[in-house]
Write a protein that binds this ligand. Structure first.
Ligand SMILES: N=CN[C@@H](CCC(=O)O)C(=O)O
Ligand SMILES: [Zn+2]
Length: 411
C-alpha cells in the first residue's frame, strides 16, 4: 500500500533525524516545509520534501492537500477514558461552588466512578470506552495513554486492563496502558489505608503484571489520597515488575512527588498546577517529562500549570487532555493546544511540540511517533484549508481536522 500526499501548504514537525524529546528554548522551533509532498509506504513515512522535487512516485493513492496542512497526529499521554457513566451531577455541584475535595467528601469523585464501573459489565464498559476513543481519534489523536484507576479492586482493575487490551486490538490508535490502582482509597479501607497499600503492592500489582498489558504504574500523590511514603511503596512494588512510573503530582498540593518521581526514573510527572523551585531543580538533568493538563484546570477552575517557568528553565513539556469523568470530560487535543497557548502562554510552536514529539516521549513511543521523519510511523492529521499552523490554537473550539491517518491508513 502506498500513499502520496501532494501540494501540502505546510508540512509541519519535519525532522531529518530521529528527534525524541524537545527541551527549553528548542521548543520555540517548529520545522516546516512550505508547499510539500509526503510519501508513505504501508505504515511508514518513506520520503518528503519540496513539491518541486516530487517525482517518480508510483503511489496507489494520491491525496491532493492543496491549501491544507499536514502534521503528526496528536499524542495524548494522559487519559482515563475507560470509565462508566458520567459525573454530570458533580458538574452542577461545582457550578454551585463546591470544590473537588468537598465533592469527594459527599460521595462523589473517584469513588463514585469506581462504584459505577464495578457494577458495569466488561462488554458495556468496552462499548462506552470505544465510543470515546473513536471521538478523540476523529479530533486528531493517533496515540493515547489510558489509565486504570476506577476499579480499585483486583477484579475491577483487571477488568479495566482487559478492556484497554481490547481497545488496543480493535482500534487502529496506538494505546499505552497504565496501571493506576492507587487512585483513591476505597471506602472499606478508609480507616486502614496501610492495608490498601499492602493490597496494591502484594496482590494487585503482581496480578496486573501477570496479564502483561502495561509497562507503567501511576499513583495519585496528593493530600487525602497517597502520601510520599505510600507513593514510594507503590513505585518500589512496581519496579519489581519493571513498571515505570507516570505519576499524578502537585495537582492541589506540593508533597515532593516530583523529586520522588525523578528518583524512580519516572517517564512523566503529570498535572503540576503547583510548582516549587525545588521541583524545577529536581527535574533538571532528568529523563522525566513534565506534563500539563490545561483541560483539567479549565474545567475545575484550578491554577494552570506554570509552563513558562518549566520551559524557561530549559525543561521539556508535554500537554495532554486528562480525559476523565470528574476533572476533564473532553478528549479534544485541539482545545488543549489552544488552551496551552492562551492560558499557559505557550507559543503555537511550543504547544505543537508539546502535543506531538513530547507527548509521544511521555508514552515511551517518540522513537516511532510524534514527528514527520523517514522511517517513523505515518500517524498524521490533514487539516481543513488554512494558511498557517497558528490557526489551529487561534481558532479555539473549532475543529481544524479534516482527515486522520493512522499507521498509513486513511480513516
Ligand atoms: N486527580 C486524579 N485523577 C484525575 C481525576 C479523577 C476523577 O476525578 O475522576 C485527574 O487527573 O484529574
Ligand atoms: Zn489524570
Amino acid at each position: 500500500m502506498s500513499l502520496l500526499i501532494t501540494n501540502i501548504k505546510q508540512l509541519i514537525q519535519v525532522h531529518d533525524y530521529n528527534t525524541t524529546i524537545i527541551r527549553g528554548s528548542d521548543m520555540k522551533k517548529l520545522p516546516i516545509i512550505e508547499n510539500a509532498y509526503l510519501y508513505i509506504e504501508n505504515d511508514t513515512i518513506i520520503e518528503f520534501g519540496d513539491m518541486s522535487d516530487c517525482e517518480g512516485f508510483d503511489a496507489e493513492t494520491i491525496i491532493d492537500a492543496t491549501g491544507k496542512l499536514v502534521l503528526p497526529s496528536w499524542c495524548d499521554s494522559h487519559t482515563h477514558i475507560v470509565y462508566a457513566g458520567d459525573r454530570t451531577s458533580e458538574f452542577v455541584d461545582r457550578i454551585n461552588g463546591l470544590s473537588y475535595a468537598e465533592i469527594a467528601k459527599k460521595g462523589g469523585g473517584i469513588l463514585n466512578s469506581a462504584k459505577t464501573l464495578q457494577n458495569t459489565s466488561e462488554d458495556e464498559l468496552f462499548e462506552q470506552s470505544l465510543k470515546r476513543l473513536n471521538e478523540l481519534i476523529a479530533m486528531g489523536t493517533g496515540a493515547v495513554e489510558i489509565k486504570t484507576g476506577y476499579g480499585l479492586t483486583v477484579e475491577a482493575e483487571l477488568k479495566m486492563l482487559r478492556v484497554i487490551k481490547r481497545l488496543k486490538q480493535e482500534s487502529l490508535a496506538i494505546i499505552i496502558p497504565t496501571l493506576l490502582a492507587a487512585h483513591a482509597i476505597p471506602e472499606e479501607f478508609k480507616t486502614k489505608k496501610e492495608d490498601y497499600i499492602t493490597y496494591i503492592t502484594e496482590e494487585l500489582i503482581p496480578k496486573a503484571a501477570e496479564l502483561n498489558i502495561t509497562n507503567y504504574v501511576d499513583v495519585f500523590c496528593e493530600e487525602g489520597y497517597f502520601s510520599i511514603k505510600d507513593t514510594e511503596a507503590i513505585l518500589e512494588a512496581g519496579k519489581k515488575f519493571n513498571l515505570r512510573p507516570k505519576i499524578h503530582v502537585n495537582q492541589f498540593t506540593i508533597l515532593g512527588g516530583i523529586a520522588l518521581g525523578v528518583k524512580y526514573n519516572a517517564l512523566s510527572v503529570d498535572h503540576i498546577e503547583e510548582l516549587s523551585d525545588k521541583d524545577i531543580k529536581a527535574l533538571k538533568g532528568s529523563d522525566t517529562m513534565p506534563v500539563a493538563l490545561p483541560g483539567c484546570s479549565y474545567f475545575i477552575s484550578i491554577p494552570y500549570t506554570p509552563a513558562r517557568r518549566l520551559i524557561d528553565a530549559g525543561l521539556p513539556l508535554a500537554i495532554a487532555t486528562d480525559y476523565n469523568p470528574g476533572t476533564a470530560p473532553s478528549g479534544n487535543m485541539n482545545f488543549v493546544v489552544s488552551t496551552a497557548c492562551v492560558k499557559l502562554k505557550l507559543t503555537p510552536e511550543e504547544a505543537i511540540n508539546a502535543a506531538t514529539v513530547n507527548g509521544a516521549y511521555a508514552m515511551g513511543i517518540s522513537n516511532m511517533y510524534g514527528s514527520i521523519t523517514r522511517g517513523k510511523k505515518a500517524n498524521l492529521i490533514i487539516t481543513k484549508p488554512m494558511n498557517h499552523y497558528s490557526e489551529i490554537p487561534y481558532a479555539f473550539a473549532h475543529n481544524p481536522v479534516e482527515q486522520v491517518i493512522i499507521n498509513g491508513q486513511v480513516l
